[in-house]
Design a protein around this ligand. Structure first.
Ligand code: COA
Length: 223
């Protein structure tokens, strides 16, 4: 029998493992280049912000029961999310960021921009899905689809009526197809100062019952 998974909120004990999963799932990406301490602060920052929306997939059976295998994070208030994070965790972020900057000095302007990012939500009712990643060892088992679905239900229950996310527009066919299959609609392309083309995806959440963050399927998935 294959692995079974369960889905919960984010817990303090998940942070170290989620940073490692992020590193494995996004080997050549910006946040990863800043190192594990920075990744840990990134996930820790979603523990205590009331606007944070986070769902963790974990093993539901076996000796490693409870171990995280995937995560999705975001916020119902993208505007100022990272500056709020900085206010609460400024020292830890500064230390983790400084270590990352020493490893990759060219990342500094981008890091400053990310931390002072005030959001680019089309309207205040939009929630932002900022990161989703599944441990590659458990990829293709339906975890990513389930995570984003539960994230959308939670965001809707917290009052969001639409959600958006950004993903690479180029050389990213599989992930773009993944979002399409999950019900997201590609809306517009933008270009970052580094010349990276991003595709905005949006999803209407109004059909997801407000006040209901449970999922229609059984909490345990055997896919
Ligand atoms: C994208 C990601 C989260 C998908 O998670 P996953 O658990 O492997 O995906 P699922 O098993 O839930 O797949 C859901 C659907 O997408 C499809 N899909 C997933 N990965 C795919 C791929 N590489 N190519 C084509 N289709 C894919 C599946 O076939 C499935 O469709 P189905 O329901 O019709 O069978 C995961 O691959 C990942 O962590 N990637 C690295 C990080 C990343 O790129 N995150 C997104 C950045 S914006």
């Amino acid at each position: 029998m294959g692995a079974t998974y369960e889905y919960t909120g984010l817990r303090p004990t998940d942070i170290a493992e989620l940073a490692r999963i992020h590193e494995r799932g996004f080997p050549a990406f910006f946040l990863t280049s800043l190192g594990l301490p920075f990744l840990r602060e990134f996930y820790r920052g979603h523990l205590d912000d009331p606007s944070a929306v986070a769902v963790v997939a974990r093993l539901a059976s076996g000796p490693q029961r409870g171990r995280p295998v995937g995560v999705v994070v975001g916020t119902t208030r993208p505007a100022g999310f990272y500056s709020r994070l900085l206010r609460r965790h400024g020292v830890a972020f500064a230390l983790a960021g400084a270590r990352g900057a020493l490893r990759h000095p060219t990342a500094v302007p981008r890091l400053v921009r990310a931390l002072t990012y005030r959001g680019d939500a089309p309207a205040p009712s939009f929630a932002l899905l900022s990161s989703i990643v599944v441990d590659p060892a458990h990829g293709g088992s339906g975890i990513g689809a389930e995570l984003q679905e539960r994230w959308c239900h939670r965001a809707a229950a917290m009052g969001a009526r639409r959600a958006y996310l950004q993903t690479d527009a180029d050389e990213n066919i599989a992930v773009r197809a993944f979002y399409r299959r999950c019900g997201w609609v590609e809306t517009q392309v933008s270009t970052t100062p580094e010349g990276r083309r991003l595709m905005r995806n949006e999803r209407d959440l109004t059909a997801l019952a407000p006040g209901d963050d449970t999922h229609p399927t059984d909490p345990r998935s055997t896919r």
